[in-house]
Structure formats: C-alpha cells, structure tokens
Design a protein around this ligand. Structure first.
Ligand code: ZN
Length: 572
C-alpha cells in the first residue's frame, strides 16, 4: 500500500511552477502533513517534507513580491502579488500553525532543532486568541503613521517635494540654502504634532492591552518575549546605554568638533550634519549598475574566493537588480528564494558611494542565505536579527580595505580613504543616537501613565537627547529637538526593534578587529557562524564568528578606539 506521503512526489520541482497555484492546490499537502502518523523514527522525514512545502510557498510569494517591486506600474504583477497575499498567505499561516502545534506536542528528538523548538514553544506560550484583533489594530495604527509621514510634503523651489527628497539639499555647500530647507521640513513635521500625539496614545493603549491579555506585567516584557529575546534583558540594554555614553558618545563629540572646525562655524546646527566638511563634491564611484556589480565582484574576490563565487552565482543567475528605474519601488532589500536556496538583491543605485555601501551590506545578508542553505529544515534557517545584521555590517568592514581601484574597488587612494572615514564616522555616531531611541522606549513602557502625556514624552526625549547628543545646537528650535521621538519610525511601528543594530555593529567591529590580525581565520569564522543560520543561540552565533555578544564598556571601548584610530589614519 503506498504511503500517504506519496503525494509529495507531485510537488513542483521549483517555485516558479507554483506561483499561480490556488489554495486548493496547496491545501492537500498541508492536510497530508497534518494527518500523517509521525513518530521519532519518521519525524525528520516529515519535517523535511514540511520544510520543502513551506519553502516552495515562501519562494512563490517572494518572487511575486520581487516582480511587483521591479515595476510597480505593472498592473498584472501587482494583482498576482495581492492575490497571493490575500488568498494564499492567511490559510498557509493557519495550516503551518497546526503543524507547529503537532511538532510541539510530538516532542520528537530531532537533531539541530533545539533552538527553533525553543522559539516555537515561546511563541505558543505567548499566543492569546484575544490578542489577534489587537495585533491587527496595531498594524493599522502603524499604517496610519506611515500615511501621516508619507503625506508630509513641502514646496521647495517651486516644486512639491517630500521631506525625503530634500535630503540632497543637506549635502549642498551653501549653508543658507541648507538652513532654509531644514526649517521648511521641520515646520512641516511640526504641523503633524497633534496627529502623531493622538496616534501614539492609541498605540500605547493597544500595546498595554496586548501585554495584559498575555499576563505580562508590562509591555516591555511582552515585547521581549514576542521578539524572542532569550539572551539579554532590559538591564543589559541599560548597561549598553551607559557603555555608549562613556565611550562612543565621547568619540562622537570629538568627531562633531572636528566637523565644526572644518566647516568654520561657531556651533554645529542641525543643517550642518550631512554636508562634506571640506566642501568636496560627492564621490562618484561608478557609471551604471553593471559597473557597480563588476567593482563589488572584484572586492569580494579579495575578501574571500568562496564569497566571491557566491556573488558571481548571483550575477550569472540574475539575482541582482541594482539600477534605479522609473516604476521601481523605492529602497533596497535582500530577500530569499527559499526553495532554490538563493538570495535576491533589490536596490535603486544612482551612482553614489551610498550605493556601494548598500550593496556590500545586502551582499552580507545574501551570503547568509548561501552559507545556511545546507541546513536540512526550514525553521533552522532564519537567523535572529541581532546576528543577521552582523553578517551585513561585518561585510561592510571586511570589504572596506579594497575600496581603492588598485585593491580591486572603485576609487583613487584618497577617495577610498574618504569613503572609509565617512563610513566609520557614521557608524560611531549611530551608537549614541540608537541609545536615545532605545532608552526612550524603556522609559515609555516602564512608565506608561507618563508616556500617555505628550508633554512628558517631549521632556524625556529632550533630556535623553541632551545627554547623549549634546553637540548639535538646536537653539531657537526647542520644539523640533523635543519631538524627535515623533519622527522615529521604529518607535511607532516596530517598538523596541532598534538596539539590534547597535549590538550587531559591536559584533561586526569584533569580526573586523580579528581580521586585522588574521584575515583568513576571521573570514572562516564569519562563514562558519553564517552557516549555523538560526539553529544556535545568539551567544553561540557570535562566538562562532569570533566575537562576544556584549553590552559592556570594555568591549565597546575596544571597538570605538579601533574605529577612531582608523579614522585618524585615513583622514589626512
Ligand atoms: Zn541589514
């Protein structure tokens, strides 16, 4: 008698064959997995079948999303994407949820699944039926925030412009022009102050209810569990803030002072932060996307031959779409074609150094996909955010020595040095800003009654800002300085999700420090850590990469000193 799993022999070989499947075509496979008699002996086979199914479905969805973002004017692509999101994703999620419950109830010992099972158990323990409508409500409020921000336009030099589109003006050597643009943007943002205050109060109320329903004493604990933060506590984050204040914030003060002197201004105003302090024109590394691809391919060959081969595979298989074109969605991302085990990088390159930096970063994410592809089960493959960003940020640092043309990259030695300095300065200055964003949220959810008062939020943000970022002169613009929390997307749409970047940057700096002593060994550790995907706890992933998952001032000072020394050496 054929076993019921024989239907798996009829699964399509690749996701493109299933992109237009209806749910009725997917459902029998999920039903078979739900019905199959599973025991310790056949549990690995069952989990492999489920993984294959989930990966095909996931890749079908990713490919439809990619096709839509490549040309948002293509109505047919948009329709296919929406049909999949509306008709396939919700039932697939429920079907997967049932299989997860079966896996947890079975308790079968499956090699390499301890960490993914721990995550699933935590999600199951936090699940409350009563929270489903609240989570939908939370999503809607986040969409409302997006809508408010998206509608913020100003008239600049006779043309209606979004605040984002004003960014190039802040690179202009003409200080008066920068100030004018900044005042215009700040005034427009302040006009939405009441709307965002009201939205924040609603968000806060929903989040407190989510926590109460789940039996958590506060939303911070709920969010900690929801984000699967097993390996650090709020107290660790507070230690990290203190370490940042003692190290990175001091270094940032020195960098701001250097900028002030070079610009020859009495104080640094908020419109003085992006312009080149020596009034040099922007770097022009490449002429088109093909040029960018070639240059970055040469850099990866220098970093590591195997990583270089991964990138060549992406070029050969057309897994890169880098140039900015009319109709393309904004931004950049790296996504996964899970069944094929391949990454895809989407970008809007226009010829700036930022584009080089973005591609190095996204390629680090893509190497994670290649390296973790050998793991047998789908739930093992997604790394925690605190480590995913180590893969990308470390790649930016490992690649930096090869930015000069005579090392494989794009630039004259002087321009390569300038690019490195700009990158390291931005990275260093990020830590104090991150600490403000994170500390604000720790305060808000530990003091929800205060945080429901917009004036208290403004006062708290202003105090934190003065503490961590004292070097920018906001005089005359107290309202703008105090309402920074309103302009930070993550606070409204992804609560507490931000410290990950600060932690990962510290991990990345440690990988880089190791490479200075022994490049081959550091890259081998980096690759080994990526190959673990999400199948090991966070501290083990860091350790495999030769780094410590750390919050302390000693580890941070080491990284800050290395960054400052490198800046000084290259900033002639
Ligand atoms: Zn990233």
């Amino acid at each position: 008698m054929p076993s019921s799993r024989d239907i798996f022999s009829s699964l399509p070989a690749s996701a493109p064959d299933a992109m237009d499947w209806t749910w009725a075509q997917w459902a029998p496979y999920y039903a078979e997995l739900a019905a199959r008699r599973v025991n310790a002996a056949n549990a690995p086979e069952w989990l492999r079948d489920w993984s294959r199914l989930d990966e095909l479905l996931d890749e079908a969805g990713s490919r439809l999303h990619v096709a839509y973002t490549l040309d948002t004017r293509d109505a047919a692509a948009e329709k296919r994407h929406h049909v999949f999101q509306e008709n396939i994703v919700p039932p697939a999620r429920s079907a997967s949820q049932r299989l997860k419950e079966k896996l947890l109830a079975g308790g079968w010992p499956i090699d390499g699944m301890a960490t993914p099972l721990r995550n699933m158990r935590a999600e199951a323990a936090l699940f409350r039926e009563a929270n489903l409508p609240l989570l939908t409500e939370e999503r809607k409020l986040a969409d409302e925030y997006d809508k408010i921000i998206g509608a913020q336009t100003v008239t600049w030099e006779g043309r209606e412009t979004t605040i984002m589109q004003l960014q190039p003006v802040f690179l202009d050597a003409d200080r008066a022009r920068r100030e004018q643009a900044w005042r215009l943007a700040a005034g427009r943002q302040l006009a939405d102050r009441d709307a965002i205050n009201a939205l924040w109060q609603k968000q806060l109320a929903v989040r407190l209810k989510l926590a109460a329903n789940a039996g958590c004493p506060d939303y911070r604990e709920f969010r900690w569990r929801q984000m699967l933060r097993f390996d650090y506590t709020p107290a660790d984050c507070e230690s990290f803030h203190g370490a940042i204040l003692a190290t990175a914030a001091r270094a940032a003060t020195a960098l701001y002072e250097k900028r002030r002197q070079r610009l020859g201004v009495a104080t640094l105003r908020p419109w003085d932060l992006a312009v080149d302090p020596r009034n040099r024109p922007p770097l022009k590394p490449f002429a088109g996307a093909a040029d960018l691809e070639r240059g970055v391919a040469r850099i990866f060959q220098r970093v590591d031959p195997e990583l270089g081969r991964y990138f060549e595979t992406m070029r050969a298989e057309k897994l890169l779409d880098l140039d900015n074109r009319i109709g393309k969605a904004p931004g950049g991302y790296c996504t996964t074609f899970a069944a094929a085990g391949r990454p895809f990088i989407f970008m809007n390159a226009v010829g700036l150094h930022d584009d080089v930096q973005t591609l190095l970063h996204e390629a680090g994410h893509s190497f994670h996909v290649f390296e973790s592809n050998a793991l047998p089960y789908e739930p093992q493959k997604s790394p925690p955010m605190e480590f995913a960003e180590v893969a990308s940020m470390a790649m930016e640092l490992l690649a930096a020595p090869y930015l000069a043309a005579d090392e494989g990259g794009f630039y004259s030695p002087a321009d390569a040095a300038r690019a490195r300095v700009e990158h390291l300065e931005k990275s260093l200055m990020f830590w104090p800003y991150m600490a403000v964003v994170d500390a604000f949220q720790h305060w808000a959810y530990a003091h929800p009654a205060d945080a429901a008062e917009p004036d208290a939020c403004d006062a708290k943000w202003a105090a934190l800002w003065g503490h961590f970022m004292p070097d920018i002169d906001y005089s005359g613009f107290d309202d703008v300085a105090a309402t920074g929390w309103q302009r930070k997307l993550h606070i409204h749409c992804y609560p507490f999700y931000y410290v990950e970047y600060g932690l990962a940057q510290l991990g990345a700096a440690q990988v880089w420090r190791r490479a200075l002593d022994d490049h081959a060994q550091a890259v081998a550790g980096y690759r080994r850590a990526l190959s673990l995907g999400g199948a090991a706890p966070l501290p083990d992933l860091y350790a495999a990469a030769g780094a410590k998952f750390a919050f302390d001032a000693v580890t941070l000072r080491d990284a800050v000193d290395l960054m400052m020394e490198t800046i000084e050496r290259h900033d002639g």
